[in-house]
Structure formats: structure tokens, C-alpha cells
Design a protein around this ligand. Structure first.
Ligand code: MIC
Ligand code: SF4
Length: 642
């Protein structure tokens, strides 16, 4: 039986388990990446493991998220990351060098390798034919130390691309169409593998836009084959030697399949407040636009920026629109500066931001009250922009640039002939902003500022788990709800006690206070609880507040793994309707918790307040059960090393 691409790479990296979908496997990790907002925690955890040097083929630490230094905190964290990476064998991409996923694609990604990143958009590397997976910082720390990465063997869904995109239709429209078809839950437990004739019509950065936003499907990862187009890209990056052709076997089997006819696609937009709320731009109509933001790890490549520059050339941004542009990397920005495209953008009235995440994670450029903001980003969750009432639409760079000029949401096909940009035969490759680690790290002193606080560690699970329901929330709660991130909070990613004061506050401002007053308790959620970011702070802050279990209709993959890593029970209602039977402040008790978990995967919970009982499912591996008994991964690892 033939193997598909995902299975081939997994097979080559398999450490334990058999490749039956849904069963636990572990794989060897070749490369890791971290960024600064999850990286501080990941390196603190790496240090706690007591390993001297990383054991991966390449590990890179990027500084791209927390680049607004409105106080000493960000700068402290950056210094810590710079020194800790130098000591332990990790490359350090300095602030200004660009967004982790864009830079990694350009400079370090290698087809056929595995990449584990402490950021949910790590699958961007799938555009190069990597098996690139997002995870919590602790899992990445373990991988840096040479430990395998554990995951459920995914199913593989083939997206068959036929035909060729029409003018003004972009890679963004392809992934928006996939989201429209599959929804933000449609990729859970799956790898999305792209195949078919349409693949070769897409450049590597276009493929990367698609795999990047596969995170919004909840997928484990997304992947394209590595072919002649990949080879050309790597050659243009001066990295031809990294090329390796990779295709699925001709008789490969897939669990599911959908087809997208590229010829039929039109410009699309994801309307507020979900990436799968997709409609044709022409059908939404010419709504007035207040802000346009172009950039992020989804759409900040050289090709994207050149298209935008061509559309803006000789025009002026509409009077009521604020246009901000953040080119994705130093490479992109320098090339735009050298060929004059940057001056076309500036002349048109664009406000140029540094090559970083910026407005995507609410680090500046929050729109005005009730604003319509068009963004080429990947997430439009409510409040993520920093303005709760803002209406954020996710669009292609073409739609964004066209609308910035007209001042209303515009189908770019109205603008006439589309800009023709071809991939350069040579990118400007200069890694002078990537510092190599010290040959011998012993003498390097790790600098820790006062903002860096110890991270919370759980205690072993008790037979009797008791407490109150502290909050009950609806479906699709994101990690942006659980642990909001914005210009005020991102500087505190290495200070969980402070962050916990804001845990779940977008849903209920009193949650942290209530949690403290009750000495902890439970969270009750709907389906897809914890979708979005990989931030383990969405588990660490609840842990700090004494949360013992989260009950939900279903969980997002990375968040569920982060809960288990923190020793918090992720329990799924066996009967969804039991969600309705629980109210805030209900007293719940799990008797004989350890014995129940040992006996299987069904856990009975008593609702003392209502005098009822309901059954939940603990859908974890035996290894994860051990972690839960121990009170999380750190304790489990310590116990195993005894
Ligand atoms: C995001 O896009 O939400 C982030 C910020 O990049 C996160 C990581 C984080 O929370 O630091 C992600 O996607 O994992
Ligand atoms: Fe940065 Fe936004 Fe990409 Fe997250 S989604 S890595 S915040 S650019």
C-alpha cells in the first residue's frame, strides 16, 4: 500500500507507536523554532531540564512578537533569550530580522525534515515540504533536549487542486475556500496534504500562505510536495543543497479528499469574527474601510509586497483609511528598499512598520472604535486587534491594497489588469542578523531581568478532586479569550502570576478574582475549546489560579496537550447535553479520580449542587495519564529520571 507524503515523513522519523490514525506515536524532531512571546517560557523550561546543549539539527530563537518596548520587560526577555540561546546551542534571530515563519521558510526550512515550533503557525514550513508542527513551549523544550514529540497519528486529508488561479485571485483565497468548506474544526486530527495539477502553479511563498492558515482549520499540520518549484525557491535563496524531491506514492491512500478548482475561485474575505466565516468580496459589498493592515506570517513575502507596491504605485491611500504595511523579513524589506517598491508604498501614504508580528497580535495599530479593518493576517477573533468593537476582515494582499486606495472593500478585479510579479532568480540572502551560539556555552552568563518570574508547577493528582464551576463559556473559545495578548499583556509572558489576573477576562472580568476566592475550581467550555494559538500560558495561568479540570464538548489539539502538560484534566462530555445541566458555582466532585483514570477513559463526575451525575471522556494516551497522575510533564520527567 502506497504512502502519502505526511506518512512518508512520519515513517522516517517514527520513534514509537504504529501509524494507525488516532493512536499515539512519537517522532524525532530535526529542527525547532521559538519566538519571543512563547520562547521565554520554553527556555526557562529547557533550563529546568538541566541539559547543556540542544540535540536537534538546528534550533532557532526568533524575536518578532514583543517588539514594542514600552517598558523594560520586552528588552529583558530578549536579553534573556539572547544569552540563554548562546549558552545552549541555539541560533538567535535578532529583532528586526523578521517574523519567525517567514524567515525560517527563507533561510532554514528543509524539505522532508520535521520542525516543531512554539507557535501555532509553524506549519508555514509545510510550504517547503516539511512536516512542521506547532506545540506548547514545554514540548519544544523537550524536543530541543533530544526528546521525541508525542502526538496522535493524524488522518490525512488530500486537497486536490485543479486548474490555475485567475488574475487577482490569490493563495489566500485558496485557504479561505478550504476554511469555508471545512470550518475551524474541520482539520482537527488531520494533516492537510495538497496535491494535483494546481500545485505546480503555486510558488513556495504562496504554498506557505496556505499551510500557514491551515492552523485555522485546527489541523495538526499542512504540507505540499517538494518539487521543481521548491528547488527553484531554495536555489534563489542560495540553498539548493537543501533541496530534496518529495512526492506521495502514486498509489497513496488518503482518509478524505476534497477538490478545489482554482479556475473557479474569486476574491474572498473572512468576515468578523472567525476565519471560516467566508464570503465572496463582491457579495459583501462596498463597505467603508477605516484601516488596512498588510503583513503577518501569512502574507508578508516578497511576492506579496511587490504586488501591493504595484497596486499602490502612483496612487494615494483614501483619506479615511490608515494603511500599515509590515514586510515579513529583513530580506523582503531590503529587497523592496533596493528596487524602489518601498518608496512607492511610502509615496502612496503607507505607514511602514518593522518586520515583526505587530498589529496581528495587537502590538500597536489597534483600530478605532467600531472600525472596519481589512487585514492580510490569519486570525480575526473578536478583540484580537486590541479593539473589542472592531470588525476585522481577513483578505488577500490584492484586496487589501485595492481597498486602501478606494476606501471601501473592493474586489480587485475592478482595477483592470493585475500586476505581474515573478519570483526573483536570486533573493538577497544575508544572515548577518542571526547570531550563532557559542562553541562552548559554559562561560556564557544568562541574564535574567526582574520581569522573569518562576513558572507554576502542579502537584500530583489526588483521588478526590473537588471544587466549584468558576465559569461557563460557549463554543469556539480561543486562547485569545483564555489568555489575551496585546500590547499591555505581551510584555508579561514570563510573569504568569501577573498574567493570571487577566485570564478569561474577555469572557468574564471577575473570573480571576473568583478563582482565587474559591481556591481554584473548574472551567466549563463548549466545543473547540482553546482554538488558536499555541501559548501554554492559556494552561499555565489557569494552573496558577488553581484550575483542576476543564470540561468541554471538545478541545483544540495544542491547547489540550498544554493542559495535560500542566497537569489539568481535559474532560469531554460523553453526552453533549450534560453541558446544559451545569451552571456556574455548581459544586463538582470526581471521586476516586486516579482509580477511574487507571480503569479506562470514562470518568464519572458528581454534581453535588444539582444532585446529578454525568460521564466524561478522558481521551489521552497512557503516557499522558502518567503525566496527569504526576501533576504535569515537568513532574513526570523528574519522576522518570529518579
Ligand atoms: C498568535 O498568532 O496567536 C501567536 C501570538 O503567534 C501565538 C503564539 C503566542 O501566543 O505567543 C500562536 O499562534 O501560537
Ligand atoms: Fe506573529 Fe501573527 Fe503570525 Fe502569530 S499569526 S506568528 S502573531 S504574525
Amino acid at each position: 500500500m502506497g504512502l502519502n507524503l505526511a506518512q512518508k515523513i512520519i515513517k522516517e522519523h517514527l520513534v514509537s507507536g504504529d501509524m494507525t490514525a488516532g493512536s499515539e506515536i512519537s517522532i524525532r524532531i530535526d529542527q525547532t523554532l521559538t519566538q519571543d512571546s512563547t520562547g521565554t517560557m520554553a527556555y526557562l523550561q529547557f533550563e529546568a531540564m538541566g541539559i547543556d546543549r540542544v540535540k536537534t539539527k538546528k534550533s532557532v530563537a526568533y524575536i518578532d512578537h514583543n517588539t514594542i518596548q514600552s517598558g523594560f520587560e520586552n528588552a529583558d526577555d530578549h536579553k534573556y533569550i539572547q544569552t540563554v540561546t548562546k549558552k545552549h546551542g541555539i541560533y538567535f534571530s535578532r529583532p528586526g530580522n523578521g517574523i519567525c515563519h517567514q524567515v525560517h521558510l527563507e533561510r532554514f526550512g528543509v524539505p522532508g525534515m520535521t520542525l516543531l515550533g512554539s507557535d501555532s503557525h509553524t506549519p508555514t514550513g509545510g510550504g517547503l515540504g516539511m512536516l512542521a508542527i506547532g506545540a506548547g513551549g514545554l514540548d519544544v523544550a523537550v524536543a530541543m533536549g533530544g526528546g521525541a514529540y508525542y502526538l496522535m497519528m493524524p488522518k490525512v486529508l488530500r486537497v486536490n487542486l485543479t486548474g490555475k488561479l485567475n488574475e487577482w485571485v490569490a493563495a489566500k483565497d485558496i485557504i479561505l475556500e478550504v476554511l469555508r468548506k471545512l470550518s475551524v474544526k474541520g482539520g482537527v486530527g488531520k494533516v492537510i496534504e495538497y496535491a494535483g495539477e494546481g500545485v505546480k502553479t503555486l510558488t513556495v511563498p504562496e504554498r506557505a500562505t496556505i499551510t500557514n492558515m491551515g492552523a485555522e482549520l485546527g489541523a495538526t499540520t499542512s504540507i505540499f510536495p517538494s518539487d521543481e518549484v521548491t528547488k527553484e525557491f531554495l536555489k534563489a535563496q542560495g540553498r539548493e543543497n537543501d533541496f530534496k524531491p518529495l512526492t506521495p506514492d502514486s498509489d497513496a491512500i488518503y482518509d478524505e479528499e476534497i477538490t478545489i478548482d482554482l479556475d473557479k475561485l474569486v476574491p474572498l474575505a473572512a468576515k468578523p469574527h472567525s476565519p471560516d466565516n467566508v464570503e465572496e468580496v463582491s457579495k459583501i459589498g462596498k463597505i467603508k474601510v477605516d484601516q488596512v493592515a498588510i503583513g503577518s506570517c501569512t502574507n508578508s513575502s516578497y511576492l506579496d509586497m511587490m504586488k501591493v507596491a504595484k497596486i499602490l504605485k502612483g496612487k494615494t491611500v483614501a483619506p479615511d483609511v490608515s494603511l500599515v504595511i509590515a514586510p515579513g523579513s529583513k530580506q523582503v524589506l531590503t529587497m523592496l528598499a533596493q528596487n524602489g517598491a518601498l518608496s512607492d508604498m511610502v509615496a502612496a501614504g503607507a505607514r511602514i512598520l518593522e518586520s515583526a508580528c505587530g498589529p496581528c497580535i495587537g502590538m500597536g495599530q489597534s483600530p478605532k472604535t467600531d472600525a472596519v479593518s481589512l487585514r492580510t493576517f490569519n486570525r480575526n477573533f473578536e478583540g484580537r486587534s486590541g479593539t473589542v468593537s472592531a470588525q476585522v476582515y481577513l483578505v488577500s494582499p490584492e484586496v487589501a491594497a485595492a481597498s486602501a486606495i478606494t476606501g471601501v472593500l473592493t474586489d480587485p478585479r475592478e482595477l483592470g489588469e493585475a500586476p505581474k510579479i515573478s519570483q526573483p532568480s536570486e533573493f538577497l540572502a544575508n544572515d548577518n542578523m542571526v547570531s550563532a551560539p557559542a562553541e562552548e556555552g559554559n562561560d556564557v552568563e544568562v541574564v535574567r531581568g526582574p520581569n522573569i518570574k518562576p513558572f507554576p508547577v502542579n502537584t500530583a493528582l489526588k483521588e478526590k478532586v473537588e471544587g466549584k464551576v468558576l465559569i461557563k463559556v460557549e463554543d469556539n473559545i480561543t486562547t485569545d479569550h483564555i489568555m489575551p495578548s496585546n500590547a499591555k499583556l505581551l510584555p508579561f509572558r514570563s510573569n504568569v502570576p501577573y498574567l493570571s489576573e487577566f485570564c478569561l477576562t474577555p469572557c468574564d472580568p471577575d473570573f480571576p478574582k473568583r478563582a482565587k476566592e474559591n481556591g481554584g475550581g473548574y472551567i466549563v467550555g463548549g466545543s473547540n475549546y482553546g482554538q488558536g494559538s499555541s501559548r501554554e500560558h492559556a494552561a499555565l495561568a489557569p494552573l496558577y489560579l488553581g484550575i483542576k479540570a476543564v470540561f468541554a464538548k471538545s478541545f483544540a489539539r495544542i491547547h489540550m496537550a498544554n493542559l495535560v502538560n500542566s497537569g489539568i484534566l481535559p474532560l469531554v462530555f460523553k453526552v453533549e447535553a450534560d453541558y446544559d445541566g451545569i451552571s456556574e458555582t455548581d459544586e463538582l466532585v470526581i471521586e476516586n479520580a486516579i482509580s477511574q483514570i487507571k480503569a479506562g477513559n470514562e470518568i464519572t463526575v458528581k454534581n453535588i449542587t444539582k444532585g446529578t451525575e454525568f460521564v466524561t471522556i478522558l481521551n489521552v494516551s497512557d503516557r499522558q495519564k502518567e503525566m496527569l497522575y504526576a501533576g504535569g510533564l515537568i513532574n513526570y520527567t523528574k519522576n522518570s529520571n529518579k
